[in-house]
Write a protein of this length. Structure first.
Length: 240
């Protein structure tokens, strides 16, 4: 069955890989992004039908504009949310505005936009909501204090949606570790780093089989299971 799908953060590498994989099954893509030219060039390079794509260049922080655009849509079958912002904890502890920006991008505005989108969706067993979060949401860390807190709130929100719309909507929480992007600078073993194409394939498979929670790799799933059960008195002494 052909579907109408919204993708937020559509110019990210993960989103572009998802478009390649989902193209045959989607009748219309609504792409929200910060870089319209990047997507247009991508569509041209891959010989995609332009008629299938509506592109909106809009900042996630502009909540009024986002809600206005969503309000104009109808018969949405799926939403994929890849947008996010890591921020800087030290700066956010000093600046209320920077802290608010992080929370808005990683929790508040996604929640408000998804709430609105749900009113435009044709809820059924084939409908889906896919949100890419982060392992940072699973345990508080000083190095990503505000980011992790916002992502944790987002995970809790998704859990609530899963209960509220049980049997009428597949809610998939994607919990990745490190993802290799153009700006990736962290030094880590290759087995901890996920390629965007690999994660995109996992997401498509999870949508097909109506999974609810996936990690970027089994290794990260095990790591986070261990970290979650470390006593707070011990965990607070770690510096990673």
């Amino acid at each position: 069955m052909k579907k109408n799908v919204i993708i937020y953060g559509a110019s990210s590498l993960i989103s572009l890989e998802l478009i390649k994989l989902l193209n045959q099954d989607i009748s219309k893509f609504f792409l929200f992004c910060r870089d319209k030219n990047k997507i247009e060039n991508f569509l041209l390079d891959n010989n995609f039908e332009k008629e299938k794509f509506s592109i909106f260049e809009v900042d996630i922080l502009d909540i009024k504009k986002n809600l206005e655009l969503i309000n104009q849509m109808k018969n949405i079958d799926g939403v994929i949310w890849v947008a996010g912002f890591s921020g800087n904890t030290d700066e956010e502890l000093k600046s209320m505005e920077l802290a608010k920006k992080n929370i808005k991008i990683n929790f508040l505005n996604p929640m408000l936009i998804i709430n609105k989108t749900l009113t435009k969706m044709t809820l059924s067993t084939e409908s889906f909501l896919v949100i890419v979060t982060s392992v940072a949401a699973l345990r508080g860390r000083g190095k990503n204090l505000i980011y992790g807190s916002a992502k944790s709130a987002l995970l809790t929100y998704l859990s609530g949606l899963r209960q509220k719309y049980n049997q009428r909507l597949t809610v998939l929480s994607v919990i990745p570790g490190y993802i290799r992007t153009k700006n990736f600078k962290i030094k880590a073993p290759n087995f901890l780093i996920c390629e965007p194409s690999h994660l995109a394939r996992k997401i498509v498979k999870a949508i097909k089989y109506k999974h609810e929670i996936i990690y970027s790799s089994f290794v990260w799933k095990i790591i986070m299971m261990v970290i979650k059960f470390i006593p707070e008195k011990i965990f607070k002494k770690f510096n990673f």
